[in-house]
Design a binder for this molecule. Structure first.
Ligand SMILES: [Zn+2]
Length: 1104
């Protein structure tokens, strides 16, 4: 109980002494409001973002049988207006204007809502505020001035009095539908759903949880269901204060937060609903157990998956028994299942773990990534897994194994660093639904507290040959899939496991003679012992690392941690050389080399990995990079081993074959990924002089042999420049020793600076209006994708960067609102800045069933509209946007790794612009609206002859199903209503409906457009200007827009860029046919180079 209470807070129990990480300076308080809503308050004096999350104990397991996806739909609809704030986007507008954002997700038994926004409204643009530490910054005296209060009040209303606005219904169901469509080709979703579909039909696990327009709209309406009522009923049946957990994190004192939360959230109605449990129904009955399923994936992938019927272990969080099993079965070191089957060439990976699916049910899963040969031997792999399980079960639970786990879990928790506010609140709100002792809310999910031999012994009894199912996933084995999963269309075949195979499994499980290769793991040498941190009080953390060694062969950057105080460090190294990226062939050989090194280190590095010490080895255009990151105690041990492996790799034919096959498959799969994931490859390829597309790499990969790579890789390392960043809990001498170790191990001949690779990109000249078209390879995909890029200049020009960042902020909400909400072009709509050291640009990306030329027109139309919006923007709004960008730039570093990454990015880019965020702020502060208008008119406005545009059009092969005339009419009415709402026009539903119903034309879409036009002028009697705007939007949503349509492109056969640009003035798009010739017609940017003399970074100055 805390003693001092602010006035107005009721006396109640307050839990404050939560177990917490050693470095956690947040304070916590748990209370329960009179309506039984349990709340966790977090005060963080240092935070620059405040956040809240609310988790409701209801999810897709509670979906009505005949309305799959209803819990998810309610999650979407809950945000559509409240009594107090009826405007549907009031919440998001408020968040955007305070540098915030929101999100939500629906899980099986939980629906989780959260938001994040600026912790304080004081403008950090003002230089003084930026310099004072936030602790001393004045908190607002009145709550109305705190962004968090306003956020909480808007957020809270969704749970007090949601309106489920009728006219937003259809649009949100479309959003759900679009979300589902986006998942349809994803194997993760497809295979997960297949597993669910084949479970006990009486357990809610079998539900289809996303929902679609069909399940949430068409079908229920056809049955005569009033769908809005159905959603509201679901809400009133399942949402109740006592089922909710709220977490609020802010800079305000706990008493203040408590007062606010009480004022708002006490109004949430309590219906005393019970906690959801599913005790009497099993996920698998004997009908589902002992079956084998063969499923055909979309991607080329192969796996063998086991699901054992297990138990719910929520109550056993002090011992986490399933982790004993997942640790051993999932081990990758010597003696493990993976080590054994990898040596046989049968597998590339293995994962194992228990999961509580809901209170009352759990599964234990093992998943093996198979090689081609492994697929042939999947029965042997199965038997080996059962042999290993039997070996583990034969021994009583091993205390030393659990002791290692206890030690590591304690160390990890003790030095756990803060995660960002909304991740903290959202995760904790979900955790609060579980039965943890409240003092262990933070530690409970992470820490293993005791060795409980009895519970582990019980756990082991679930893993037996009569208590599992198995899945084989492969595109070509065994063929003859005779069934289709209902929601995703996954082809599969399912049957009882044949008795002879089962007999072999039982024999493997029962026979005490087993391969000698299978044994318990060795003691883990990587568990850190030295955890001391030398903490020195300093005034201000240093913003840059220092150079402590700089000679012909090596440059070393060093910074000892001065703000996070964790016993961790990171060491990054680049071996700088142009060789890996000379040609597509050297690029693919370097990639094979990288994968072979990692493959050879799997067994060795596994113990390090589970002890919080990881390494990375990679190949990029400017050279090879490696890094080691984690507890600094054993860091040098891993570092040395990795270096030696990089230097001395011996490539075995069998491993090469496997890695080669895997890489071929990955390159192939890349062409079948979601179009918006693919588009970046093409954009980068066009923006730089040299770049390789996956088909070019695939072509070279075909005939590369193990001997080729073995001969090639020593040449990369024979001559290079080494640059290192040593950062964290390391003394200077240690940083120097590490550098010596790198140099002595690799012994490269030095590469003179004159030969270091220079980063450049191509420059699009003013007047450019280029389109690059490419057909997508997946014949089933119906989604096109456009990335529309505007080039403004170089990324180190801070004055330009500031303007782009601000334009990106200002267009963020309007672009989404216009292109996604109003025009409903597609689920994936991004807009924003794209800035590297050599490219400063702005881009818009859309993935849509509408074709790319059409999208191009809509984007241009949006840019034109936005120019007008900018003109009309008030000074207050403008300053608000500026403040939001500045706050983002000044966001505090969250942990050591984030600081390390930031330093490394600046080093790796050759620009060393460590103070880049501060520079941005300096240039943002004086910007005026007129500066931005000039910038926009020159560089972004489609009417500007000076702008430089390039877009990539990825074109789908398949067409979406043509809707029936009736479907078109229903959709049109819904879309039109959305537009009217956005334009704040009062609708006349009856008049519109009668006009639309009267249509009988064959060309329904065109007829709908004229009906809408007539409705606007004759029924609503709107002014011409308004009619034109609304009509254009309506046509855009119908796919008929004519305003903003782009001219028919010309084709650029040769590389004569100059004449095209001069002659066309940017209005006529030009299609790039010959990429090589086009690139040859362009000039190059200046290269990446230090923004200031590196001599200034040398420790103790004048050393250079
Ligand atoms: Zn959703």
């Amino acid at each position: 109980m805390s003693e001092t209470l602010a006035r107005g807070i009721a006396p109640r129990q307050r839990i404050e002494d939560l177990e917490r990480p050693a470095l956690d300076d947040r304070s916590y308080r748990i209370i329960t409001l009179p309506n039984q809503l349990e709340v966790l308050l977090i005060h963080d004096a240092q935070t620059d973002k405040a956040s809240a999350a609310l988790d409701v104990n209801v999810g897709s397991f509670s979906d009505a049988e005949d309305m799959p996806g209803i819990a998810h739909a309610v999650e979407h609809l809950l945000f559509m207006g409240t009594d107090k704030y009826p405007k549907e986007n009031a919440y998001n507008q408020y968040l955007t204007s305070h540098s915030g954002h929101s999100n939500a997700y629906t899980a099986s038994t939980s629906t989780n809502y959260y938001f994040e926004l600026a912790a304080s409204s004081s403008s950090s643009a003002n230089k003084k505020a930026a310099e004072t530490s936030p602790t001393h910054e004045q908190l607002p005296a009145v709550k109305e001035e705190s962004p968090l209060w306003g956020g909480l009040d808007r957020f809270g209303q969704f749970f007090i009095s949601p309106l489920f606005l009728e006219d937003t219904l259809d649009r949100e169901l479309k959003a759900v539908d679009s979300e589902n469509k986006k998942n349809l080709q994803s194997d993760t979703w497809r295979l997960h759903q297949l597993n669910k579909a084949l479970s006990n039909p009486n357990h809610p696990y079998c539900h289809f949880s996303t929902g679609s327009y069909q399940t949430l709209h068409d079908e229920p309406i056809a049955r005569g269901v009033k769908i809005r009522d159905a959603f509201m009923n679901f809400h009133s049946k399942h949402y109740s204060a006592n089922r909710m957990k709220l977490v609020v994190l802010g800079r305000e004192k706990l008493d203040t937060l408590e007062e606010w939360v009480e004022e708002i959230f006490s109004q949430v109605p309590n219906k005393d609903l019970p906690r959801q449990r599913w005790d009497d129904v099993s996920i698998y009955t004997e009908n589902e157990l002992l079956t084998q399923t063969f499923a055909k994936p979309v991607f080329q992938s192969r796996s063998l998956d086991f699901s054992f019927l297990y138990r719910d272990e929520e109550e056993y969080y002090e011992s986490h028994p399933s982790r004993y099993l997942s640790h051993l079965i999932g081990h990758e070191g010597p003696g493990s299942i993976l080590s054994f089957i990898k040596a046989k060439g049968w597998a590339n990976g293995l994962a194992a773990g228990g999961s509580s699916l809901c209170p009352g049910s759990g599964l234990f899963n093992i998943s093996v990534k198979l090689t081609e040969d492994g697929l042939v031997h999947y029965k042997e792999v199965t038997k080996i897994i059962f042999q290993y399980i039997a070996m583990v079960r034969e021994q009583p639970p091993q205390k030393w194994v659990v002791d290692e786990q206890i030690r590591m879990s304690e160390v990890d928790f003790r030095f756990k660093q803060k995660s960002p506010p909304s991740r903290t609140t959202s995760a904790l709100a979900a955790v609060m639904q579980k039965p943890y002792n409240r003092k262990m809310l933070l530690s409970g999910p992470a820490v293993i507290r005791k060795f409980d031999a009895e519970r582990i012994s019980q756990a082991m009894t679930y893993l037996r040959p009569d208590n599992f199912r198995l899945n084989v996933v492969s595109q070509d084995f065994p063929g003859g899939w005779d069934q289709k999963e209902k929601w995703y269309g996954t082809e599969y075949k399912s049957e009882k496991i044949p008795e002879d195979f089962l007999a072999e499994i039982r024999e493997a499980f029962e026979n005490p003679t087993r391969p000698a290769e299978l044994h318990f793991p060795h003691k883990n040498q990587f568990i850190p012992n030295r955890l001391e941190v030398e903490k020195k009080e300093i005034k201000e953390p240093a913003k840059t690392p220092k150079i402590i060694r700089n000679d012909e062969g090596v440059r070393l950057w060093y910074k000892k941690d001065d703000q996070f105080w964790v016993p961790k460090a990171n060491v990054n190294i680049i071996f700088r050389t142009p060789i890996p990226h000379l040609t597509a062939r050297t690029a693919i050989m370097s990639a094979l080399y990288r994968d072979l090194v990692s493959d050879a280190l799997v067994e060795y590095s596994y113990d390090a990995d589970i002890s919080g010490l990881i390494y990375e080895f990679n190949s990029y255009a400017p050279g090879l990079t490696m890094s080691v990151e984690g507890y600094n105690d054993k860091l040098h041990v891993l570092l040395e081993k990795v270096l030696i492996q990089i230097r001395d790799l011996e490539i075995a034919e069998e491993r090469f074959k496997i890695i080669h096959e895997r890489m071929t498959r990955n390159l192939h799969n890349a062409d079948f990924a979601q179009p918006f994931h693919q588009v970046g490859t093409y954009s980068r390829y066009l923006k730089t002089e040299k770049g390789f597309l996956s088909d070019q790499l695939e072509n070279e990969l075909k005939d590369v042999t193990a001997a080729d790579v073995q001969k090639f890789y020593p040449q990369i390392l024979a001559q290079c420049h080494i640059e290192i960043l040593a950062h964290g809990n390391l003394r200077k001498e240690e940083a120097l020793q590490i550098t010596d170790l790198v140099e002595k191990t690799m012994k490269p001949k030095r590469l003179p600076p004159a030969q270091w690779p220079i980063r450049r990109n191509l420059i699009l000249p003013p007047g450019s209006n280029f389109i690059y078209e490419r057909q997508l390879k997946d014949p089933a995909n119906v989604n096109h994708c456009i990335e529309y890029m505007l080039f403004l200049g170089t990324g180190t020009d801070h004055s330009l960067r500031a303007k782009i960042l601000l334009i990106a902020q200002m267009t963020d909400e309007p672009a989404f609102n216009q292109l996604r909400t109003i025009e409903q072009l597609g689920y994936v709509v991004f807009s924003g800045a794209s800035i590297t050291s050599t490219w400063a640009g702005y881009r818009i990306l859309i993935q849509s069933e509408k074709d790319c030329r059409y999208l191009e027109g809509r984007i241009e139309h949006f840019l034109t509209t936005f120019e007008k919006m900018l003109e009309d923007m008030t000074e207050d709004e403008f300053e608000g946007h500026k403040k939001a960008v500045i706050n983002k730039r000044l966001e505090k570093l969250k942990n050591l790794a984030e600081e390390g990454n930031r330093f490394w990015n600046h080093i790796f880019s050759d620009v060393y612009d460590f103070l880049s965020n501060d520079e941005d702020v300096k240039h943002l502060t004086p910007l005026t609206k007129s500066d931005l208008k000039t910038c926009f008119a020159h560089y972004l406005s489609p009417s500007s002859p000076h702008r430089a545009k390039l877009s990539v059009h990825l074109i789908a092969q398949a067409k979406p199903k043509e809707p029936t005339p009736e479907e078109k009419k229903t959709t049109a009415i819904a879309q039109f209503t959305t537009i009217l709402t956005a334009e704040k026009i009062t609708p006349n539903d009856a008049a519109l409906k009668s006009r639309i119903d009267a249509i009988s034309d064959t060309d329904t879409t065109v007829a709908i457009a004229s009906a809408i036009s007539a409705h606007l002028t004759e029924d609503l009697k709107l002014e011409k200007e308004v009619v034109d705007k609304v009509l254009d939007e309506a046509k855009a949503a119908l796919g008929l827009a004519d305003v903003g349509k782009v001219a028919e492109p010309e084709v650029l056969e040769n590389g004569d860029v100059e004449s095209v640009v001069k002659g066309g003035n940017g209005t006529t798009p030009v299609i790039i046919k010959d990429v090589h010739a086009w690139k040859a017609g362009l000039q190059m940017s200046t290269g990446g180079r230090p923004v200031k003399d590196l001599g200034e970074y040398v420790e103790g100055a004048a050393k250079l």
